[in-house]
Design a protein around this ligand. Sequence first.
Ligand code: ADP
Ligand code: MG
Ligand code: MG
Length: 877
Amino acid sequence: MSTKYVYLFSEGNASMKNLLGGKGANLAEMTVMGMPVPEGFTVTTEACTRYYDDGKNIAPEVTEEVFANMKKLEEISGKKFGDPKNPLLVSVRSGSRASMPGMMDTILNLGLNDVVVEGFAQLTGNPRFAYDSYRRFIQMFSDVVMDVPKHSFERIIDKMKEAKGITLDSDLTADDIKEMVDKFKAHFKEQKGFDFPSEPKDQLIESITAVFRSWDNPRANSYRRMHDIPYSWGTAVNVQAMVFGNMGNDCGTGVAFSRNPSTGENKLYGEYLINAQGEDVVAGIRTPEPIDTLAQVMPEVYKQFAETAQKLEVHYKNMQDMEFTIERGKLYMLQTRNGKRTAAAALKIACEMVGEGLINKEEAVMMVDPKSLDALLHPQFEVKALNAANPIGAGLPASPGAACGRVIFTAEEAVEWHGRGETVILTRLETSPEDIDGMNVANGILTVRGGMTSHAAVVARGMGRCCVAGCGEISIDEKNKCFTLGGRTIKEGDYISLDGATGKIYAEAIPTVEASIGGDFDTLIGWADGMRDLAIRTNADTPRDSQKAIEFGAEGIGLCRTEHMFFEADRIRDMREMILSTTEEQRRAALNKLLPVQRSDFEGIYEAMNGLPVTIRYLDPPLHEFLPTNEEDIQNLATQMNIPVARIKEVITSLHEFNPMMGFRGCRLTVAYPEIAEMQTRAVIEAAINVQKRHPEWKMVPEIMIPLIGEAKELAFVKDIVVKTADEIIAASGVALEYQVGTMIEIPRACVTADEVAAHAQFFSFGTNDLTQMTFGFSRDDAGNFLNHYYEKKIYEFDPFARLDQIGVGKLVETAVKLGRSAKPEFKVGVCGEHGGDPSSIEFFHKAGLDYVSCSPFRVPIARLAAAQAALEFPRK
Ligand code: ADP
Ligand code: MG
Ligand code: MG
């Protein structure tokens, strides 16, 4: 049987979303439910895919089916397409599987031309209305199909009104609008060099093609990338008989939600306009009326609509966003879909619907988008103030939240200004590990370079600090302490505001309000906790982060990076001394000075975690990251340490690497200098013993994680050092402390030899950041420079550092889990990369059988919810 490309609304239903798109499937469902929906049909997403497969051509079968269904529409409606005596007019509306609001525009009143409009005027007895419909059609068709912008027509309207001395559209007479139509057509011809298409059949096919084409426009492509919508889905097209809300005062059009989408309140919420068509409500030309008042204006229609809204909500078991039109006192439903809502509203609606008995707890958990929770955990701008402000530019929304403060250009000065009680925005070309203190005191971080996984972005997300990264349009003058953006020059100390959710930058102070989480949040996430298989841990390097993570419900630390501890001013010196040592003896002496600080850091973290498991990763970055880079700092260090400048420079040169990401780092440091692992083991174990003594009620089992293992023998070597050191300390302490030694799996070689590696490990934790860059062979810091070309050419559709590449990197993960567990069946496996907080990646980790995911504190609630959703959708046996 040949493929069916077109379905009448009466042939479809809500379960056919993949084929009919969201809008089409729901129009079909409402039709089948017997609701008043103007008749129509849907051209399927498969027709769209076919269009692209055929080199952007509409296949003759598709065209044929379209016209065959137009015939059916004519029969149902008793009107005829292109017939001046009784014309059938239609709308052409796009609709993909997932709603992509505003991405592809709708064309109304299709089927009009110079002849048909005359008949339409006579038939309706309303020439003004007929010509107004026609001029709207010309405008929309030109804009959407022919790339002649809408506003160029608006200018013609403005000029006409000016010439006639009127201000309101409604003061234009039928003859005025007739004249306007002529001007529109002339404008069209002038722009395109040919006449406005007058054959309705051509208009229809051109419009359908335009919808297909718009699936591939840059706006649609970037929206899809942001929302995990695959290109391959395609969009459907709906062709629907027109109903008219603009035929007089017994007509109107509106949009409404079955509950309040910003607060969640269980009350019909929406707006309408009398005597208006489609887009007028959202276009803001006239101020719409609140839906409540329709109860007085048209009581019968209001009652019918309110009942319909209620019925749809119960039917879909979700809050509905509906569009309707009233033609001569009769209600028509034009759309329904699950309504978008704020996170607060989502939680309230889900909890209340459970209370009302409309849905069960599982359905409530499935109903809330995990990513939306982010907004509840960070400070926000006051909505009114934000709406009134104008951005001067935008970068990447690297870490959410709203921040306002004075612009400061160095980390040291940020600390200084902060000390004086100022709020600051740290503004850097790019950040480096040395900036950590400055980032910590800043309200927000702004960088010129770097992507979503740049240092600034990763660290800021970890801290829950607002960050806008990679705003390449900024030209920064660090010497004179100012930058320019969007024609504005911002000097040190000037106030700016950053929106970490949108990436927008404002040259003014916008007031913020604190985050508030409470009742519904706890209720819903509490339900989710009972439904998931994955444990949720956190990536935390300080007692403060650990504390935050506990508040957000973390069940342990999956990644405690130890190097961050060495960047603080009083410690970096000892660290540098260690690096500059020429003998093992010197190195040990320097390490000895680091031991007590590291030990007390661990004690602080253990205490903050209340006895929950803590995984500590040993020193990972290349050593050169700890050395100063500019002349002045090198001079200071030389004086401080009483060694020649030349010696420092020598070490810097010797540590220089062509590719530090793949260089002398991770366990390789320990292979060369075992005393580093010795010191860290000492700190981990002694701290655990001290805390165990203070808290006999806890069972301390520190988990030591060796980074960057690629070979089993490498792990065996490092593990021996750890075990020898640990066992000695434990034996001497008289405390029967247990501990585990495991490894971070982040090198492809470790994945494919995971059975051998597992023989020496007590757990695996996937470091998916490194694993991704090693698998793809590009570094996350450089990928931003060329990934856009890959997105444009559809070679890659997503940033693999934000969303796990399930096909390639995922295969390595699955392989490693399988091999590891073939060696040790009960083997504990987790993940601690950035992906551990990404819902679609979490779903994958759930399916791959992992025990836990670990993510930054602010993503813990997101992960708790996402893990529950994964478990509900893909139950483990
Ligand atoms: P969007 O996805 O941007 O909301 P729609 O396809 O829903 O686009 O169309 C926008 C508006 O156009 C609708 O809300 C409705 O008011 C109007 N519209 C669409 N089709 C028709 C129709 N057949 N009759 C009357 N109005 C229509
Ligand atoms: Mg709509
Ligand atoms: Mg790593």
